[in-house]
Design a binder for this molecule. Structure first.
Ligand SMILES: Cc1cc2nc3c(=O)[nH]c(=O)nc-3n(C[C@H](O)[C@H](O)[C@H](O)COP(=O)(O)OP(=O)(O)OC[C@H]3O[C@@H](n4cnc5c(N)ncnc54)[C@H](O)[C@@H]3O)c2cc1C
Length: 489
């Protein structure tokens, strides 16, 4: 039996978690042992940044464990066959936050202002539930929406809420002192401050992301909402700061990081089991390059702390109680083709009710937000999809939602009928959307309890689920995590 199969078997039997300490040294001789200062799990924006900073700036030895074949997480670039044109279909842009952009500048890449070039498109508003194009729908005035976002930014900054949430929640007051404004639903916050005209733009810009948890977007808690539409990002919206993409595709940053880290990365690998103590961690890591025992002084968990991701990490009672609380839906993106989809057109999903109330363009779950053509010279379209429950709304369910939307549009005569099935050129699982606890849990101190875990059992946490969800802001959050980790050394 291979070492990998042995570990899988033991894990399936529930034999591994918690018993590593009890195994005698002959078990460990079965595997190569890798010793490092820090083992990082998750090679998205956070884990990749941490690996480089720890190795190059703090002189620590690292191992980065990533389950996919490449680094980057939510960054996805598809290179069009034939023309090799890069098509970003995950993270689109980077914007300056403190000195966050300096990280990109370490890799000799060219930043270009604005979005990556994409062919011209016209937009059609279609209710994907009926398949019918909306007649008489007038999108809300752009200037009015931006004005409302400016107003919202002014409220947040004048009350000091930006400092409580950006780039993470280090300065959030203790549970019972968290301002009620941050705990109320975003719809109520907008009503209270007379900025409800901001809602459609904010919904669209977050890809309905936080809505993957709550059916009604306006019920998403303001604090959770700000994670994906932060004060920093608002400044981009009203043109105070510029935003950039990487020439040649955003994925290049992570390809360069992977090259630079070389053997310090294990891709296509996952942690099967762990033992974490105050003096260090032991992990069993299994992947294409076999199964290894990794011994490290510190562990950085740079994956969303979902219950699914935490199964191999021998949670104690304190941790299990904290991680039992959050709820979350699932988000995915893809590049697709279908004979019925019109080139040069963006088919935007819009509920029929938006004809009457264009300021409430919120969709039920599951949904595809839009089929967005990359232009007249290509048959490629990007989609974003949200649904729940988390475990069931993977690629198969997302593709079924997309196919259903196409079928309905064809049946309604909005697009030509075709017997062909949707072709998924690339799909990317973006994991949990709207990772959050209730206002009651926050008042009871959930956030301080979570942040209080930092450094315990040699384990540190950094991820978009517990900070502001933009690359440059996450890198600054990460800087603080790493600083504290090094101080604890
Ligand atoms: C559609 C979309 C568009 C976005 N656009 C932008 C944008 O334009 N600009 C911007 O700044 N931000 C954008 N964001 C926000 C984005 O989430 C963050 O910028 C950032 O990329 C998140 O990084 P992360 O490392 O926290 O998470 P992730 O990118 O999710 O990284 C986590 C990594 O861990 C890996 N992993 C997960 N589970 C395991 C496991 N059990 N074992 C090993 N590895 C595991 C995953 O494969 C992944 O590589 C966007 C997000 C989405 C969903």
């Amino acid at each position: 039996m291979s070492a990998k199969a042995l570990c899988r078997g033991l894990f399936a039997l529930g034999a591994i978690p918690g018993i590593l300490a009890a195994l005698d040294s002959s078990f460990f001789k079965l595997f190569e042992i890798i010793e490092k200062d820090v083992v990082i799990v998750g090679g998205g924006a956070v884990g990749s940044h941490a690996a480089i900073r720890l190795k190059e700036d703090y002189g620590k030895s690292v191992l980065l464990v990533e389950k996919e074949a490449i680094l980057g997480g939510h960054v996805d670039t598809y290179y069009d066959k034939g023309t090799n044109t890069p098509r970003d279909y995950g993270v689109q842009v980077y914007f300056p936050y403190q000195d966050g952009m300096d990280f990109i500048n370490r890799f000799n890449l060219t930043l270009e202002q604005g979005l990556a070039p994409r062919g011209e498109t016209t937009t059609k508003y279609v209710d994907f539930k009926t398949g019918k194009e909306l007649s008489g729908f007038v999108p809300p005035d752009f200037g009015v929406q931006v004005g409302a976002i400016v107003q919202m930014y002014n409220v947040l900054t004048s009350k000091g809420y930006d400092k409580m949430v950006e780039p993470g929640f280090w300065n959030l007051p203790a549970g019972d002192k968290i301002p009620e404004d941050l705990l109320m639903p975003i719809g109520d916050f907008c009503k209270k401050y007379n900025v409800s005209e901001a809602l459609p733009r904010m919904y669209e810009s977050t890809g309905g992301g936080p809505a993957s948890r709550d059916r009604n977007f306006t019920n998403v808690m303001t604090l959770t909402f700000l994670q994906s539409f932060s004060p920093g990002w608002m400044r981009v919206f009203f043109g105070e700061i510029a935003f950039y993409h990487i020439q040649g595709g955003n994925q290049q940053l992570y390809d360069r990081i992977q090259t630079r880290l070389g053997k310090d990365v294990m891709t296509s690998s996952v942690v099967l089991a762990s033992e974490r103590t105050d003096t260090g961690v032991n992990l069993i890591v299994s992947g294409l390059k076999g199964t290894k025992i990794v011994k490290a002084k510190k562990l950085l968990l740079a994956v969303p702390p979902t219950r699914e991701n935490l199964i191999p990490f021998d949670l104690n009672a304190e941790e299990a109680a904290i991680f039992a609380k959050p709820t979350y839906g699932r988000y995915g993106t893809a590049v697709v083709k279908h004979a019925s989809l019109p080139k040069g057109v963006e088919l935007r999903n819009m509920p029929t009710s938006a004809v009457q109330n264009p300021y409430a363009p919120f969709l039920d779950l599951p949904h595809i937000l839009s089929f967005s053509s990359y232009g007249n010279d290509t048959d490629l379209f990007s989609i974003g999809t949200s649904g729940n429950p988390y475990l069931l709304y993977g690629e198969t369910a997302s593709v079924a939602t997309a196919q259903d939307s196409i079928n309905k549009m064809a049946a309604a005569g909005t697009i030509p009928a075709s017997k062909s099935k949707i072709e998924v050129v690339e799909y990317s699982d973006h994991g949990p959307g709207g990772y959050a606890v209730t206002a009651a849990d926050l008042r009871a101190g959930w956030m301080s309890k979570f942040y209080g875990l930092q450094g315990k059992r040699s384990t540190w946490f950094s991820s978009n689920a517990i900070a502001i969800d933009f690359s440059t802001q996450l890198w600054k959050f990460n800087d603080e995590v790493l600083k504290r980790m090094i101080e604890q050394w």
